[in-house]
Design a protein around this ligand. Structure first.
Ligand code: ADP
Ligand code: MG
Length: 378
């Protein structure tokens, strides 16, 4: 046994208090750790579950001083200040590193690292200023103009078909640094969550097949209904990228499966557990949040094996009636269906309020049951 392990009841810190931090907190508490959450929102879902909720900004000096006393610190999202992570690393154990967070929060750096690792992305061009728009981008059209930073759930992206639309879109995005991606013909989308402690200590969860609606993840199906060699290739690519970045922690890699020839291109990475990995909570031997705790504490990643085919469905604010709650009995009465609600007070269209996972003997059956329940909830 290694004496380098951080063991319960040590206090772990996390920047961010949303649903990902809430699920991290539950995993850590289950294992006997204490948790300190930093989030400026008094109603943050993880705030109520944690031992300590510091209601402060992610760069707040006092909050960071308190986190520095924790045995280890992680983050629940990439838009936290990477500089805060780097600062904390002087005093305590931090994963992922500030450098890795900085890569994941910037589409330009992210693409550069993917190529540096010898892996493919979709064709793209950087647009730094209005002057760049004088060049000919016809080979990138139709395309999607995305802000280089701070986009999520399809926000900060505009589809463009010609040069005029491109100029209008750049103006609409306030002329911030942008990336123009060629809009590729998607056969499907998949993702891989890996947990890496160091070389030779990496495990990969089974590949999820993801269905997006309006730029937001709607369903994840596992096992993905694609050829086994393609799925293996995606897992190897995720591993190759994690190794190239010397990434320590849990990382999600989103892939496009392009065209009928099914070429893999990496879309983006998340330096944390991912929505498309929520199925692991109910369908695997270990889940992505347990892995986050384990890697943070210097423990080897747990076995990630899939126990049962499944379909995870996101529950968005869109399904809330004018008054009251959706009829949760539609999910809860089902014997092989797991409901997770995040306890968010404010309901908004497109806001992730919870998810449910249907377990079944095969993935098609899980999908059709999920679809049926989803249809009744709507
Ligand atoms: P976010 O950070 O909001 O998740 P993504 O870059 O992953 O942004 O884009 C969200 C979704 O939009 C993708 O999952 C995919 O369905 C679609 N999309 C994004 N970029 C492209 C592209 N270059 N070609 C085709 N579809 C795309
Ligand atoms: Mg995405």
């Amino acid at each position: 046994m290694s004496s380098d392990y951080i063991l319960p009841p040590a206090m772990l810190g996390i920047l961010g208090g949303g649903q990902l931090a809430a699920m991290f907190t539950l995993a850590a508490k289950k294992m006997g750790y204490g948790v300190t959450v930093v989030d400026p929102d008094a109603d943050a879902p993880a705030g109520k579950l944690a031992d300590v909720h510091l209601c402060a900004n992610y760069t707040d000096h006092d909050a960071l001083q308190t986190l520095a006393q924790c045995a280890a610190v992680t983050t629940e999202f990439e838009n936290v200040s990477a500089a805060s992570m780097t600062w904390l690393a002087q005093y305590t154990h931090v994963s992922p590193s500030g450098d890795c967070v900085a890569i994941a929060q910037d589409r330009e750096k992210e693409k550069a690292w993917i190529h540096k690792a010898g892996l493919a992305t979709v064709p793209y061009a950087m647009i730094y200023s209005a002057a760049d728009l004088q060049a000919d981008y016809s080979h990138m059209l139709p395309g999607i103009l995305k802000t280089a930073t701070l986009g999520y759930d399809g926000k900060g992206q505009i589809t463009v078909h010609n040069q005029d639309e491109l100029i209008a879109a750049f103006n609409q995005l306030q002329q911030v640094r942008c990336i123009l991606e060629k809009k590729v013909d998607l056969h499907s989308e998949i993702s891989v969550v890996v947990a890496r402690l160091q070389t030779n200590q990496l495990v990969s969860f089974p590949v999820a097949e993801n269905v997006h609606q309006n730029g937001i993840l709607a369903y994840s199906l596992v096992p993905a209904r694609l050829p086994a060699d393609l799925l293996l290739q995606a897992q190897l690519m995720a591993k190759q990228l994690a190794e190239a970045m010397d990434y320590i922690g849990v990382m999600a890699v989103e892939f496009f499966v392009v065209g009928s020839e099914m070429r893999l291109a990496i879309n983006e990475i998340a330096p944390r557990p991912h929505n498309s990995g929520h199925y692991t909570l109910d369908a695997c031997l270990s889940d992505q949040f347990e892995q986050q705790v384990r890697i943070l504490c210097g423990l080897p990643p747990a076995k990630p094996d899939l126990l049962k085919p499944c379909c995870m469905v996101n529950i968005l604010g869109d399904i809330w009636p004018k008054e009251g709650e959706p009829d949760w009995s539609l999910i809860l009465a089902h014997k092989a269906c797991k409901l997770h609600l995040y306890g968010k007070k404010k309901v908004r269209k497109g806001r992730k309020m919870g998810h449910f996972t249907v377990l079944a003997d095969d993935v098609d059956q899980a999908f059709s049951t999920a679809h049926e329940i989803g249809g009744q909830l709507n």
